[in-house]
Design a protein around this ligand. Structure first.
Ligand SMILES: [Zn+2]
Length: 287
């Protein structure tokens, strides 16, 4: 059984090793900015996802959309950190599907590594996806103007997080890559071109549950934010009838705000036309 599954997966999507020649990265600049890993002398290699019995559940099955429904993709960025366990537990308790865009370096600690593993194991209810290794070290312009370095950063996260699909969200930038093409600000265009060539999907967002600078607590109340989702569902989204929601795990780290997340989910669940999905079932992705 294991052997059969492994060979199916191998021929499907999971083993792909591409070496890309490396020419344009300025190694002096990388040395000067030593917070980034200097791998400038090495070729860029895509990570190899280990094939084992666990991978069988990530084999793609055709997804059939119900045209009477609107799909809601609830995504949490920047974990695992404070708030991730709360968000995960709430989604499980409410019986909804969600996606966690995680940062690779956040799983260096044992506790967070376990949290990422728990979320990965929970698929298909919960999906883990790639939000870079360093989150640009909060130096977005430097990161995106060094596309070779940025590309390696995403591959490193893919590896350390053991992400099952080539699905990325760029840190600090609302960009999309799918079969529809690339939709991206000029700052991130070069990185997007590289990720697109390597077969990656990039997921932006339609609506953001914003947070207060400093405390990171939610700006909108659950009712206000649900109204924004309802507005997006009336034809104001990147793909009609598919609403991508951006939130951050840390917003819901205290019981009071964890309760806000529960309230929001319950408001959305009251509409029988809404269906929560994980982002791997977003239309027009490449696998
Ligand atoms: Zn982020």
């Amino acid at each position: 059984m294991l052997k059969k599954l492994s060979s199916e997966i191998t021929t499907a999507t999971f083993i792909l090793i591409i070496s890309v020649s490396h020419s344009s990265c300025n190694s002096n600049e990388v040395h000067k900015n030593s917070i980034f890993e200097d791998t400038s002398a090495k070729p860029i290699k895509q990570p190899v996802v280990q094939v084992d019995a666990d991978m069988a559940k990530f084999a793609r099955k055709p997804f059939v959309y119900d045209s009477t429904k609107t799909y809601i993709y609830l995504t949490f960025d920047d974990g695992p950190d404070n708030g991730t366990r709360e968000c995960f537990n709430i989604c499980k308790k409410e019986g909804i599907k969600s996606t966690f865009f995680m940062i690779g370096r956040n799983v260096e600690g044992k506790r967070n590594k376990q949290l990422a593993t728990d979320i990965r194991n929970d698929y298909p209810q919960t999906l883990i996806a790639n939000h870079s290794y360093t989150h640009t070290n909060e130096r977005y312009e430097y990161f995106y103007t060094h596309p070779d370095m940025a590309e390696k950063d995403f591959y490193k996260a893919q590896d350390s997080l053991n992400v099952p699909y080539k699905i990325i969200r760029l840190p600090g930038n609302n960009a999309w890559i799918s079969q529809k093409g690339i939709k991206a600000h000029k700052l991130v265009k070069a990185v997007c071109n590289k990720l697109d060539s390597a077969g990656y999907n990039v997921i932006g967002w339609d609506v953001e549950w914003r947070f207060v600078r400093g405390s990171s607590y939610p700006v909108q109340t659950p009712t206000q934010f649900a109204a924004e989702v309802n507005y997006a569902a009336k034809g104001h989204s990147y793909t009609p009838k598919h609403i991508m929601i951006l939130t951050h795990d840390r917003m819901f780290r205290t019981p009071n705000y964890a309760d806000s997340l529960t309230k929001f989910i319950r408001i959305i669940k009251q509409n029988p036309n809404y269906v929560f999905e994980t982002v791997d079932n977003y239309p027009n992705l490449t696998f």
